[in-house]
Each structure stands twice: as structure tokens, then as C-alpha cells.
Design a protein around this ligand. Structure first.
Ligand code: B12
Length: 367
């Protein structure tokens, strides 16, 4: 039995592997192309040159334990969506995956220290320079799909990824075969269904128009993509939802990602939240770090896409009372989408009275 097997079972990490650190020689060319095209993601580590040599991040590193945690606790069930509710991406329904996986890796490191003599270690989940997907593929836990997500059998792409670099040489332990994806001539469902066309070619996302990025980027939401946002208020799951490989994947009933109460959120209520409400309701999820105004901006836009006149009163209220110009401007856009005449009336008044450039710009659009 592998010396880490009991430990990984004890910390409840169902998919794991152990590899030797190796320079990922194919990455420089991929990153260089993205940088030349201006599509290297803003949220990915820079400089990208610190990403392809995993040994760089822990001196004396001997092994890397790569981990995947499934987060698909309820299969394909969604809680009742209405025109006035907004959808939160599946990875953010439960506790923040960074804390969940980091805690597990920390526990694993403590056990490896006491049981097999590990001295130093470096845990990576999302926020470090390490390319999490690449390490999972290197460890044969998964393979890339055309949507650039990594699919880890039997859970599909609904897994979050991380790693623990250690200074102890553990035996290499990987699945015997590389998994393979069934993307190809018979399927390009992810590319066809991406609302913004962000998958420009297989394995190549333009992150700047991916709704997962736009929902978390601060500032004014680009006008062209507002109607395409639909009811989403955080993240986007479309390229994964339509994927046949995910439809066949096993759900994972794991208590650590059990949904907190919010899977889809009542938008008029979201618009009323104070900072304290936001922290109390969503502070522990993966969207807690981004703050309330971005969610309220998205909520206003989603109400504009609802097609429901019931959305007008909360939007009017937001235009009048909200403290953020971005959220107010988004609500004005949403009013205009539902009832252009009333947005025009309000825009006329705002142009005469409001000096905020963001509000004036949105108001002028409706005149
Ligand atoms: C920046 C970032 C984003 C950005 C950009 C996404 C992107 N595709 O790069 C945005 C905000 C859009 C985003 C969205 C999401 N993200 Co994100 N994100 C990251 C982050 C921090 C860096 C990713 C990165 O390095 N991108 C650089 C580009 C160049 O890489 P890439 O697009 O993945 O492209 C690779 C492949 O296409 C492959 N490739 C290129 N050419 C070819 C050719 C062939 C033939 C093959 C086989 C492969 C291949 O090599 C590329 C480089 O590795 C990682 C965490 C980390 N530290 O690694 C999480 C991470 C990738 N995200 C994750 C998640 C969960 C998501 C979302 C599902 C969240 C959501 N529901 O809204 C979406 C998925 C969108 C998508 N389809 O990719 C998980 C992925 C889990 C998985 N199973 O794949 C990660 C690993 C976080 C984690 N630790 O779990 N994310």
C-alpha cells in the first residue's frame, strides 16, 4: 500500500496521485501565444515564467501530491429558478473550495510530517503560480476537454484541483492510464453553446469574454455582453452543463461541499442587501471575497434580462438609492431593457441632475 493512501483516505480526498516535479516544457509556448494575443488571463499568475517549473516553489522538493475534490453534490438538480432569481455557479454553492481543499492539504501535510517524516511542504489551490490543471493532467488524474476544463473520471469536470509539494521522496502513484476526453468530430457542444463565443478554438478560451470572468471583474459590465449574461449572477457553467462527459459523470455526495442554502438567489432581495447581509449569507462561499456591489451589479443586469415587469420596482429603487454608481447604472440599463420609455424618462432627469460620469454615460445611452 502507498504510504500516503491511509492519509488521503483520512482527510477524505477521493482522487489523488503522487508525481515527481518535472519542468512542464510545453507550457512556455502556450503562455507565449496567449500573451501575444492578449488572452493570458488577468486572474492567472504573472509572470507566467514562474509557472512551468513546479520545483521552483519549494526548495528540495521531491514529490508532488496532486488532489482533486468533486463538488457536484446534487447531481443535476437545481432549486426552483424563477424569472426573478439569479443563478450561482455550482462550484460556489457550498463552502469556499479554497478553504476546504487548503484545510485538507494542511491536515494531510501534518499527517505526512508525523508518519513519513515530511519536513517542508507547499500547498497550492488556485491562488499560487502553479498551473493546477496541468498538474492534474501530468498526474493522470484527468485530461483537458475542449472547454479547457480538466475532466477527472469518474466525476467529470466538476472537481477543484490543488497540490501539496513535499521534501520527501514518496513512491510515484498515478492511475495506470491517461484518461481521454471524447471531444472531437462528434462533439463541439461546449463551443456551440458558449453564450459569448469565448471558446475561440478547442482548448483556447478568451477569458476576457468568458462570463465566468465577466461576473467577477469589477467596474461597468461591458454593454455587448449584458443580454448574454441571462440570469447568471456568479460564474458560468454552460460549457460544462452541456458536456456529454459531465452528463455521464458520477455525482459526489460529499458533506464538505454540501450546498449552503443559496443555489439560486432572489434578485430583488439581493439588491437590498447591506454589506453585513452579504457577509452573513455568502461570506463562506467562493464568492465571498468579491464583495456585495459586484453581485448587486450582476443582479440588476439579470433582472433586466428577466423579461418580467415585476422586476421594475426593485430596479427603480436601486437607481434612486444605491450607493454605487456602477450598480445604479446597471439598474438603469435593466429598466431600459424591460421598459425603454421609463428608462428614457429617468435618464433625462439624471442627465440634468447627476454628475457621476458612469451614471451620465448610461443615461445618455437611453436618450
Ligand atoms: C485564471 C483562471 C480562470 C479564468 C480563465 C480561465 C482559463 N481557461 O484560463 C476565468 C475567470 C475565466 C476562469 C473560469 C473558470 N474557472 Co478558473 N482558474 C483560473 C486559474 C487561476 C488560472 C488558469 C490558467 O492558468 N489559465 C491559463 C490558460 C492558458 O490556461 P487554460 O485556458 O486552462 O488552457 C490550458 C489548456 O487549454 C491546455 N491546452 C492548450 N492547448 C492545448 C492543446 C491540446 C491538444 C490539449 C490537450 C491541451 C491544450 O493548456 C493550457 C495551459 O494549461 C486556475 C487556477 C490555477 N492556479 O491554475 C483556475 C481554475 C482553472 N478554474 C477553475 C474553475 C472551477 C473555473 C470555472 C469552472 C468556474 C465557473 N464555473 O465559473 C470556470 C471555467 C471556465 C473555463 N471553461 O475555463 C478550476 C478548474 C477545475 C477543472 N476541473 O478544470 C481551477 C483549476 C481552480 C482550482 N484550483 O480548482 N478561471
Amino acid at each position: 500500500m502507498h504510504p500516503a493512501a491511509d492519509i488521503m483516505a483520512e482527510v477524505d480526498i477521493p482522487l489523488w496521485a503522487v508525481i515527481r516535479p518535472r519542468v512542464l516544457e510545453h507550457l512556455p509556448a502556450i503562455y507565449r501565444r496567449r500573451e501575444q494575443d492578449n488572452t493570458y488571463p488577468a486572474l492567472a499568475h504573472t509572470p507566467s515564467s514562474q509557472r512551468w517549473n513546479p520545483a521552483q516553489h519549494l526548495s528540495g522538493v521531491q514529490s508532488i501530491l496532486v488532489a482533486a475534490l468533486p463538488y457536484n453534490p446534487t447531481g443535476w438538480i437545481d432549486n426552483g429558478r424563477t424569472p426573478l432569481s439569479g443563478t450561482v455557479s455550482r462550484y460556489a454553492w457550498g463552502r469556499d473550495y479554497h478553504s476546504v481543499l487548503e484545510e485538507k492539504l494542511q491536515q494531510a501535510a501534518d499527517l505526512l510530517q508525523s508518519k513519513v517524516g515530511v519536513g517542508r511542504w507547499f500547498a497550492a489551490v488556485d491562488k499560487t503560480p502553479l498551473p493546477d490543471r496541468e498538474l492534474a493532467v501530468e498526474a493522470r488524474l484527468g485530461c483537458f476537454g475542449w472547454n479547457s476544463c480538466v475532466y477527472c473520471p469518474p466525476f467529470g469536470s466538476r472537481v477543484v484541483l490543488g497540490s501539496l509539494s513535499i521534501d520527501k521522496k514518496l513512491p510515484v502513484h498515478t492511475p495506470p492510464q491517461k484518461p481521454s476526453a471524447d471531444c472531437g468530430l462528434s462533439c463541439n457542444a461546449c463551443m456551440q453553446s458558449c453564450p459569448t463565443g469565448a471558446i475561440r478554438e478547442p482548448y483556447y478560451i478568451n477569458p476576457y469574454i468568458c462570463l465566468a470572468y465577466l461576473t467577477q471583474a469589477s467596474g461597468v459590465f461591458p454593454r455587448l455582453y449584458r443580454p448574454l449574461l441571462g440570469q447568471r449572477i456568479w460564474g458560468c457553467d454552460t460549457c460544462q452543463d452541456v458536456c456529454p462527459m459531465n452528463q455521464r459523470a458520477e455525482p459526489a455526495q460529499k458533506e464538505y461541499f454540501a450546498p449552503l442554502q443559496y443555489r439560486s438567489l432572489p434578485l430583488p432581495e439581493v439588491l437590498q442587501w447591506s454589506h453585513a447581509d452579504f457577509r452573513a449569507k455568502l461570506g463562506k462561499t467562493a464568492l465571498g471575497w468579491r464583495g456585495k456591489n459586484i453581485l448587486q451589479r450582476n443582479a440588476a443586469l439579470a433582472l433586466g434580462n428577466s423579461g418580467s415587469s415585476e422586476a421594475l420596482p426593485p430596479l427603480q429603487d436601486t437607481v434612486e438609492r444605491h450607493g454605487s454608481a456602477v450598480v445604479r447604472a446597471s439598474a438603469l440599463w435593466a429598466m431600459g431593457r424591460l421598459q425603454p420609455a421609463s428608462a428614457r424618462r429617468r435618464a433625462l432627469q439624471l442627465c440634468g441632475s447627476d454628475i457621476d460620469p458612469i451614471i451620465r454615460q448610461e443615461a445618455q445611452y437611453w436618450l
